[in-house]
Design a protein around this ligand. Structure first.
Ligand code: GLN
Length: 201
């Protein structure tokens, strides 16, 4: 199985390492033609406005839209923003989004004061694909200037919320997965395993 990681900017290397730890053929993607033979794609965290501008400059925006319409794609943090159909607090003119997830994201939901934080998340879906060697219980999630999902369409499944019925921080809609945090920075392979199983169909 071949999974690409969009490598224009941001935390792509950490995703590659996680995929390699699962025995997946992981590739850095910078050109439209590199999308052709992929089974699935990860859009990493970083800066969504920068990544969006680079995607436009590299002629990747339409190829990415075509890819994500059909093949499994996972957006983490800035990648979740890019996969959203709608973002609030867009500056004038907005920012280019790939879209696909019927959600509205708030790009800097937690504000400037809370730059980053870590929290144990209850993610029941991960049990579907976990292996005996995986950790048990909550997923230790790292949030860095994180977005949150503030609206979901009818076909969107909520995968995780912050504790005490807090904001939605992970969603799935068919072949599309989104997480507001950075699973590639946690010492836990369960999220990548979950996505690899989506990629395997
Ligand atoms: N808030 C950032 C953005 O708008 C995302 C931060 C991240 O990916 N760690 O792109």
């Amino acid at each position: 199985m071949k999974i690409g990681v969009l490598a224009l900017q941001g935390a792509f290397r950490e995703h590659i390492l996680k995929l390699q730890a699962l025995g997946v053929d992981a590739r850095e993607i910078r050109l439209p033609t590199q999308l052709d033979d992929l089974d699935a794609l990860i859009i990493p965290g970083g800066e969504s406005t920068t990544m969006g501008k680079l995607a436009v400059a590299f002629g990747l925006l339409e190829p990415l839209r075509a890819f994500t319409r059909e093949r499994p794609t996972w957006g983490t943090c800035a990648g979740l923003i890019l996969l959203a159909d709608r973002a609030v607090k867009q500056k004038q003119g907005g920012q280019p989004l790939i879209g696909g997830l019927d959600i509205t994201v708030d790009r800097n939901y937690f504000g400037r004061q809370v730059d980053s934080f870590e929290v144990d998340l209850d993610v029941p879906a991960l049990a579907e694909t976990a292996r005996p060697e995986d950790p048990d219980g909550p997923f230790h999630a790292i949030f860095i200037r994180a977005p949150a999902v503030v609206e979901t369409g009818p076909d969107v499944q909520v995968i995780a919320r912050l504790p005490e019925d807090g904001p939605i921080v992970a969603v799935r809609q068919g072949h599309l997965l989104g997480a507001a945090f950075h699973p590639e920075l946690s010492d836990d392979l369960r999220f990548h395993r979950y996505f690899a199983s989506m990629a395997a169909g």
